[in-house]
Design a protein around this ligand. Structure first.
Ligand code: SF4
Length: 254
């Protein structure tokens, strides 16, 4: 029997020669940066998995936490905090104490690609780790794909035909097995500066995704409840007790 592949990449994963060379150059030029495959953020017993494209050069690649330290993180974490999917204060660094509530964040590609543009072989090589993420989340109900590449990577991991579920911002796809895949344009600076995605549009996607929120028992542990300021605990409990699933037709658009 062949050995089971690792569930997460090692710091020196060498499956993508181009990305390894870029990582090596960054280690030389910026020895104080993380410069390694960026691990996922959040507990595995989360109901929501947010899948981005790849670490930003001066964001996650520098700080070691997905979407942390660049513009995309400013928008993502502010929105998660507003919807009760995170508690604490986002400080644009991995040690800011921010905690996710019922969600986990990962990237389709764990190493920073030059120009933020991975090639197909790199997406394929790193897919084993995305598949392991999905496989190892027992409470998973919803995946939010940020961008067409993440959308495609998720569907391939789940062996679902892309033609049956094309990417569209705001789309909600009901997949075989009961899993929901939601789509959003990536919350990158480029997309917001060009007007493709506004903060209101992104907030609207998270509001819809939150309708599929898991019951409180699957979302909070005692530690997390304790981390919420007393004044906000009642509201957080009410929000997390909303168990109404998405009811729209397959591929519903907004
Ligand atoms: S992108 Fe993924 S598969 Fe490629 S070297 Fe990095 S961790 Fe390994």
């Amino acid at each position: 029997m062949s050995p089971r592949p690792p569930e997460a990449p090692s710091r020196d994963c060498d499956l993508c020669p181009r990305l390894v060379a870029f990582r090596s150059a960054n280690q030389t030029n910026h020895p104080d940066w993380f410069n390694a495959p960026v691990p996922s953020f959040g507990v595995q017993r989360a109901w929501l998995l947010i899948v981005g494209l790849a670490p930003g050069l001066k964001g996650a690649n520098r700080t070691s936490r997905p979407f942390t330290g660049d513009f995309a993180g400013d928008l993502l974490y502010a929105t998660l905090l507003r919807h009760g999917l995170a508690v604490g204060t986002y400080g644009a660094r991995a040690e800011d104490g921010l905690r996710l509530v019922g969600c986990r964040i990962t990237n389709a590609i764990r190493c920073v690609p030059p120009g933020n543009k991975p090639v197909a072989a790199e997406v394929a090589a790193c897919r084993r780790f995305l598949a392991a993420e999905i496989r190892n989340m027992p409470e998973l109900r919803t995946i939010l794909a940020l961008g067409v590449l993440a959308h495609g990577a998720v569907l391939t991991c789940l062996s679902v035909r892309k033609r049956s579920h094309p990417f569209q911002h705001g789309a909600i796809h009901h997949l075989p097995g009961g899993l929901v895949l939601a789509d959003s344009y990536h919350c990158s600076r480029y997309n917001t500066q060009t007007g493709r995605l506004s903060a209101a549009m992104f907030d609207d996607v998270l509001a819809r995704v939150s309708l599929n929120r898991a019951p409180v028992a699957a979302t909070f542990d005692d530690d997390m409840i304790g981390a919420i300021p007393p004044k906000r605990r009642k509201r957080a409990r009410v929000m997390t007790q909303t168990t109404e699933p998405f009811n729209g037709p397959e591929g519903e658009r907004r």
